[in-house]
Design a protein around this ligand. Structure first.
Ligand SMILES: Nc1ncnc2c1ncn2[C@@H]1O[C@H](COP(=O)(O)OP(=O)(O)OP(=O)(O)O)[C@@H](O)[C@H]1O
Ligand SMILES: [Mg+2]
Length: 248
């Protein structure tokens, strides 16, 4: 069965894209057919790291203009992963982003339906894992991604603002939607990688990742799991991957 993960956070800039990217490579390089979908429709980032080899964006699929398979680019060859690593890109055109912001509830409801159908179509491709990189907070697109997932990976920074909002999301959204959750405590100012609490707000803590300058995801050559699998960050990502597999 295909496992679908939504990488989400209450606040922006907590490290979702960095973790989604590295986690996708970790799954694909250990033999799991993986699909990473950029559902951060307001702040697309995947297309700045990889070149789409298709004319269709995930936006086109959500609007009913193509099949989900039409949006996929397989980077297995490029990344040298053992299994397939499909990417589905969000359109970075500023007009498209402005258009998205004005979409109404009916469009969002049909986008959710499309996402659920897309998941079914993808599972026929013998996919092991689908990863949704999302926008932060409670905009429709983020909640759609959470609703369509099996498990939410919460990327959390231990600041006062993030703490209160994360707790509200867990109680007010993830629990109501009956989602399994795990927390990654990212950009921790403690210089250690050990997990400090096993649970936070009743949710298992999968990792504590310190602030490290080497963590940059501006190009595909900066995905540490790919370039430096022995790096502390990469080891942490592989350990998160194993914990997710054990939780499913
Ligand atoms: N543990 C870390 N230590 C230091 N820098 C980090 C760490 N994790 C991520 N970063 C950096 O923080 C910045 C934000 O990360 P990223 O883009 O992954 O966050 P995001 O949650 O996806 O942001 P957004 O909400 O805008 O989509 C990037 O420059 C990234 O390289
Ligand atoms: Mg992001």
């Amino acid at each position: 069965m295909t496992l679908t993960l939504a990488i989400h956070s209450s606040k922006g800039g907590t490290g979702k894209t960095s973790i989604a990217m590295n986690l996708a490579v970790a799954f694909a390089s250990t033999g799991k057919n993986t699909c990473l979908i950029d559902l951060d429709l307001r702040g697309p980032s995947l297309c700045s790291m990889f070149e789409p080899k298709t004319h269709f964006w995930i936006n086109d699929f959500l609007s009913g203009k193509c099949n989900i398979n039409d949006t996929l680019t397989d980077v297995k060859g490029e990344m040298g992963t053992e299994a397939h690593m499909y990417l589905s890109f969000s359109n970075p055109d500023i007009r498209e982003i402005r258009d998205l912001v004005s979409k109404d509830r009916d469009w969002q409801a049909s986008a959710l339906k499309a996402l659920m159908n897309g998941k079914r179509e993808l599972s026929e491709k013998d996919l092991d894992v689908i990863i949704f990189d999302t926008s932060p907070g409670v905009e429709y697109e983020s909640i759609n991604a959470v609703a369509a997932s099996d498990m939410v990976i919460i990327v959390h920074n231990d600041t006062n603002a993030c703490t209160s909002c994360t707790e509200q999301l867990i109680n007010g959204v993830y629990s109501l939607l009956d989602k399994k959750c795990g927390i990654i405590d990212n950009m921790s100012h403690r210089n250690i990688i050990d997990i400090i609490d096993t649970k936070r707000y009743g949710v298992p803590v999968l990792a504590t990742i310190p602030c490290m300058c080497e963590i940059a995801t501006r190009s595909k050559d900066e995905i540490l799991v790919h370039t430096e699998p022995e790096h502390l960050f990469s080891k942490s990502i592989f350990s998160i991957k194993e914990k997710i597999e054990a939780m499913k």
